[in-house]
Write a protein that binds this ligand. Structure first.
Ligand SMILES: [Zn+2]
Length: 263
């Protein structure tokens, strides 16, 4: 019986979940920081030039950027001139999960040139309406990317075949329509029971779980699903354990967004 359950998970694990629109709510426009403000003071940690450089790619076009919520904005990306902070909510984590997260982050950083900073663990639970600015918890800056080992009970979006989901909020400086939208305060929810089952039941389960985390980080950084089954950003994983040429081209583009110190 137990075996049957594990086998069932193995067969459907390939399904990923696109970031829902509620993961990409339009944040209040930036304004000078005041107590009680909904956004942080502008320019936190903003450098005058990108902190890293995306690697050269094959020029593959096998990727899809998330649709820009604003007409005339070609795409939405994180600001490459400041680090992307992230925290991990470790409750329910699979064995070795901390290492898998670190490896997935390293892979996303390498492919995009974006620089990540680990801020440690958090007790913050994932939420559909997660606040992008939580000064009491994280200080006067955009909330870090939250990576949460969750369960379908906590996150109904993980019910059934869904192994994880991910996305980011976005922000725009006020009164400056030409200033690009910028991603902020991303969130990844991982289905810990499903992923633990994969590790326990499949010889390459560890690599598969790492690939699932990488896929969700692709959503956090601005990639949508692509039809090509040879890419990690396909909605169903067909045994792809690493970013492929199209994924890498997309991530390199998303790592080359404009710097937006106004936010
Ligand atoms: Zn997905």
């Amino acid at each position: 019986m137990q075996f049957k359950t594990v086998l069932g998970i193995a067969l459907v694990v390939c399904l990923y979940f696109a970031p829902a629109l509620f993961d990409r709510v339009i944040l209040p426009v930036a304004a000078p920081y005041l107590p009680g403000a909904k956004v942080p003071p502008p320019g936190y940690e903003a450098s005058s030039s990108p902190l890293g450089t995306p690697p050269a790619t094959t020029g593959s076009t096998a990727f899809v950027l998330q649709e820009s919520p604003k007409e005339g904005q070609p795409f939405v990306a994180y600001d490459p001139c400041r680090p992307i902070h992230y925290v991990v909510r470790p409750d329910n984590a699979v064995q070795g999960g901390d290492i898998l997260v670190r490896e997935a982050i390293a892979a996303a950083s390498q492919a995009s040139g974006l620089q990540f900073v680990y801020d440690g663990t958090t007790t913050e639970a994932p939420a559909d309406d997660r606040q992008a600015f939580q000064p009491d918890r994280y200080g006067k800056r955009w909330a870090p990317v939250l990576i949460a080992w969750s369960t379908p009970a906590e996150s109904p979006g993980l019910a059934g075949d869904v192994a994880g989901n991910g996305g980011s909020g976005y922000a725009q400086a006020p009164g400056q329509p030409l200033v690009p939208l910028v991603l902020a305060a991303g969130q990844v929810r991982l289905d810990a029971p499903d992923l633990g089952g994969i590790i326990a039941s499949r010889p390459d389960g560890t690599a598969e779980v790492r690939a699932i985390i990488m896929h969700e980080l692709g959503h956090v950084l601005g990639l949508d699903h692509v039809d090509d089954p040879a890419q990690l950003m396909n909605a169903k994983n067909m045994g792809i354990m690493d970013f492929a040429a199209g994924d890498r081209a997309g991530l390199a583009l998303l790592g080359a967004g404009p710097c937006v110190p106004q936010l």
